[in-house]
Write a protein that binds this ligand. Structure first.
Ligand code: GLC
Length: 667
């Protein structure tokens, strides 16, 4: 095994020269070094946008075994491993086993290995040099980052058919930029999508949504979006509306738009099997659904009951489904959230038969303790069963590929179906689009939200740690369900979460059916909530400006502190303070009943303690450690010396903010 430095001398270097448009974009890197290695016969994923010739041999520093389907290297004790996007645990990924295999799993606990998204980017940072590794393999890939052996990093593959890209640079920022050059620039949503959004699984009719708008208006709390969850559909049939509960979509959309509010529907991939339902029949006739080995369509059950899954990996089927978004955009809808696209499978007939057979067997015997465990195991194996993911195939424009092999491409291509359709059918129009599941490449078409979290303080902290990792992988437009989706929230958790989410590009309060209602007007301290949302709106010129700059320069909007203060040892292990844009640092409070927190500063900084956009105090704190009080309704922003923070006068809608009329707080 080669134990050399992270960025050993590379055998062949392919230099991606700067184009003139790169220069115009103000990119600071002089060159990007990317080398591609190939093992086996990789599937064409379209994750990358530039074609790099394949270099023979193995990446320097790695021991590759195609027989074991692994690649391994040692890590020195102080090497930080960044990346992987939306996963459990910390910003430094060391010490756990992560599996890339998009999972519909609402239990985001630290013992889990997979969440909804798979971004196979690692950045190894040993201060003097950095090395990036992108594993372009859309099947199951394990990243054992010091789990089996604390000093060893092992990547293992189910099938070793992968393109491996090695990127070198002096800093993690350079790797991030190289990765984006390789995989394409990030999606930029419309400006209004930086406003606040209210959602809940449970709004059943247009009147429910009108009521949400009315209650926010009554309290003068800014809001730009209200989301329509699955109940707007007719029996959960994609691209339909319940005729009684939403009798006039164009009229309703225009009524909401006259108030400055965008309504954003949820879109699921499964097409309900129902003779007479035009979309179902069309897809069947054209052969656009995923099929089993025997050529019959796969039938799975999700919200609508039994469905077929559109084959997004087939370009014609992708275009067909994408064009259906016109049903909504023709009604002037201009934003969508794509959901359930791992794809989530509640059950298949095949799995149910196996489970029933197992239960029948148990029923005929006296149940002992092992029988009881078997019983529970059988029930737990019904949804998202790995056997079901092996049961169907994609027609990748002429090549039949088993779903399991390309599992992580499904959501990417659903997002792409929508993104390509918008470019085709709504040219020049900016449309909001984000997804639950994802794979590298989807960041060119839309953003992501982090799925079904819980109303737990630990999930607020998880959200804080996920944001920089998502940014590294190009998913700049991202955020979590503010306040928590599952379980019952509390007023203080919601307030602390709002104080963090006000810095995330996607800022949406969303919750699950049956949980405590958590619209901001449900709580006691509505004045504080109004002040906080107004502060977000006052910050939008800064947030939007820094976001667009990061997207255009292939950089990051939210960064770990260690990316910025490169020679500072302390910041290599601080994960609860983050850089937002280039000028400010945030230090969110994420513990219940906390009345303050410790912060560490590498340089003197001006700390602003905001209670509202026009009620704050400020103080210059010296470099070093500080304990700072932070009352429940307060937000801390630290401005770097030589930088300044612009503040607008908040408005009730993003469109009414005057981006020219700004005041500045100097750092
Ligand atoms: C999934 C989504 C969640 C949504 C629910 C009902 O659980 O992740 O956001 O509310 O489905 O559509």
């Amino acid at each position: 095994m080669n134990n050399g430095g992270i960025c050993d001398i590379l055998k062949t270097i392919y230099t991606v020269a700067m184009t003139s448009s790169d220069t115009e974009k103000g990119r600071t890197m002089s060159e990007t070094n990317i080398i591609r290695y190939r093992y086996g016969n990789p599937i064409k994923t379209d994750a990358t946008v530039i074609d790099i010739p394949v270099t023979q041999g193995d990446p320097s520093g790695w021991t590759v075994s195609t027989a074991d389907r692994t690649m391994t290297r040692t890590m020195s004790p102080d090497t930080i491993v960044y990346g992987l996007g939306e996963t459990v645990r910390g910003i430094n990924k060391r010490g756990w086993l992560y599996t890339s295999y998009n999972a519909d799993d609402p239990h985001h606990e630290e013992g889990k290995h997979s969440l909804y998204a798979s971004q196979n980017l690692l950045i190894l940072d040993d201060i003097k040099s950095c090395c990036g590794l992108f594993v372009d393999d859309p099947g199951r890939v394990n990243f054992d980052i010091g789990y089996t052996d604390i000093d060893t990093l092992t990547i293992s593959f189910e099938d070793m058919d992968a393109d491996i890209y090695v990127m070198t640079g002096k800093t993690p920022d350079e790797i991030v930029t190289a990765f984006r050059r390789l995989t394409g620039s990030s999606y930029i949503p419309p400006k209004w999508a930086f406003g606040y959004g209210q959602s809940r699984w449970g709004y059943k009719s247009d009147d429910d949504i009108r009521e949400v708008a009315r209650r926010y208006a009554e309290l003068n709390i800014p809001i730009d979006m209200i989301y329509m969850d699955i109940d707007y559909m007719d029996n959960y049939k994609v691209f339909t509306l319940d005729p009684e509960r939403f009798p006039d979509l164009p009229g309703f959309v225009s009524e909401m738009k006259s108030q400055g509010i965008h309504v954003i529907p949820n879109t699921d991939p499964g097409v309900k099997i129902e003779p007479g339902y035009d979309i179902y029949e069309e897809g069947l006739e054209k052969g656009y659904y995923c099929k089993k080995k025997d050529g019959e369509e796969l039938t799975a059950a999700v919200w609508p009951g039994k469905v077929h899954f559109p084959d997004f990996l087939n370009s014609e089927a992708r275009k067909w489904f994408g064009d259906k978004y016109r049903i909504m955009t023709d009604a002037d809808i201009d934003g969508f959230w794509n959901d359930m696209n791992e794809p989530a499978i509640f059950y298949t007939e095949e799995t149910l038969s196996r489970v029933y057979a197992g239960l029948d067997e148990l029923r005929s015997t006296e149940m002992d303790i092992w029988g009881f465990f078997k019983f529970k195991e059988l029930l737990d194996s019904i949804d998202n069963n790995p056997e079901d993911y092996r049961r169907f195939y994609h027609d990748m424009d002429g090549t039949l590929v088993n779903h399991n092999r390309v599992h992580n491409l499904y959501s990417f291509n659903m997002t792409r179906a929508a993104g390509e359709a918008f470019a085709r059918n709504n040219p020049g129009q900016e449309i909001l689009l984000f997804s639950r599941a994802s794979y590298t490449g989807a960041h060119r078409y839309g953003g992501v939200w982090t799925g079904d979290n819980m109303s737990w303080w630990s999930h607020l902290l998880l959200n804080i740690k996920q944001m920089p990792s998502l940014n590294m992988t190009g998913f700049l437009y991202s955020g979590a369900d503010t306040g928590g989706f599952g379980a019952d929230t509390t007023e203080d958790l919601m307030m602390r979460w709002v104080e963090f989410s006000m810095f995330t590009p996607l800022f949406r309060n969303h919750s699950a059916l049956g949980t405590r209602e958590q619209e901001l007007y449900r709580f006691k301290r509505t004045d504080d909530f109004r002040h906080l949302i107004e502060l977000r709106y006052a910050l939008i010129p800064y947030i939007y400006g820094e976001f667009v700059r990061a997207a255009r320069n292939d950089g990051m909007y939210i960064r770990p502190m260690a990316f910025v203060y490169r020679d500072n040892e302390r910041f290599r292990s601080i994960e609860d303070q983050l850089m937002v844009g280039d000028s400010i640092m945030i230090a969110p409070v994420y513990e219940q009943n906390a009345v303050g927190r410790y912060v560490y500063l590498a340089e003197d900084m001006r700390m602003i303690r905001f209670r509202s956009f026009d009620d704050y105090d400020e103080e210059v704190l010296k470099a070093g450690d500080h304990y700072v009080p932070v009352a429940l309704n307060e937000v801390l922003i630290f401005i770097r010396p030589g930088h300044r923070l612009p503040l607008a006068k908040p408005a009730l809608r993003v469109g009414d903010i005057d981006f020219e009329d700004l005041t500045y707080i100097e750092g």
